[in-house]
Design a protein around this ligand. Sequence first.
Ligand SMILES: Nc1ncnc2c1ncn2[C@@H]1O[C@H](COP(=O)(O)OP(=O)(O)O)[C@@H](O)[C@H]1O
Ligand SMILES: [Mg+2]
Length: 347
Amino acid sequence: MSEQSAPAIVNEPFILCENLVKIHKIADLEVVALQGLDLEVKEGELLGVVGASGSGKSTLLNILGGLDRPSAGRVRVGKRDLLKMSPRALTEYRRKEVGFVWQQGARNLIPYLSAQDNVELPMILAGYAGRTARQHARDLLAAVGLDSRRTHYMQMLSGGEQQRVAICVALANSPSVVLADEPTGELDSNSALTVYQAFRNLCKQAGVTTLIVSHDPNLARHVDRVVAIRDGKLAGETVRKVIAKHPAAPAHEQHPQHEHVFEEYAVLDSAGRLQIPKDLREQYGIRERAKLDPVDDGILVRPVVREGEADVNGQLADPEALETQRAMASRAERRGLQKLLARFRKR
Ligand SMILES: Nc1ncnc2c1ncn2[C@@H]1O[C@H](COP(=O)(O)OP(=O)(O)O)[C@@H](O)[C@H]1O
Ligand SMILES: [Mg+2]
């Protein structure tokens, strides 16, 4: 049995990044693109990755795809430790285990080959028999609704169609991971929809662990979970749940009879650090420190209000608490003074 088809260890994430750091060096300049990123992805999960431009999304994908090496931390995909692999093993990993889908059609497809030939090519190069490759390519193209476009060349296909062919190319050699860097970045929302459906139909059904980087706010409707990256770290995540409004609702998730419910979570890093979103910090006047109060079902994070300072509701801090603080302060003061006097008296 090959390593790839070995049964997954229950509950072990398929992709694991721990405290992942990447520093890009250009001449004397160092740019920290990832600064201690922690991420776990389950086998077969369809994961969305969002974040502002420059937040480190492409850097993460390039590392997971074996195109770039991390500077520090841990990164494992399946059983492979990407930090410890030799350059040769990394090339082998990239060729056999990873399927890429890039933003630009030209980077994904060869313009002078038909859609069918583009999908067959990676299989032929990997040594599959012509007939097997032909049939598999046809099946893949049919699964993304491009059966009638098989003989078309790139310039005869729309942007959305090109990206769907690209997904077929990425999946041709049955990779264990598919990495897509802004695959819908140049598409209108309708074409983007067909591309997300293609990811769902192919990757989800084949059980391939898939990461899709996007700026598209609609992404969350089409993936299992979305993680947000901020400044090279994981900042939060949104998990989608689909609830049928009617017991007889069709299985198709995007059907209007299904409601999509999104639950947003803050994420903790391996040291237990938590990032509180800026809007919440501002709303509650939380600045450089906060109070953590255990309550029955969780921990309450409260702003620290200084004496004489109005809290967010415009009220002054609790007068009773202030009185106690004042009394304690004056007691300490008194004690200090008494000590000083005692010292003088001894002289
Ligand atoms: N090859 C590189 N050389 C130098 N700096 C880079 C390189 N790739 C990315 N960076 C820098 O690393 C940071 C993260 O970039 P990137 O991963 O491309 O972000 P994103 O894909 O989220 O826009 C940015 O500040 C970017 O300028
Ligand atoms: Mg990018």
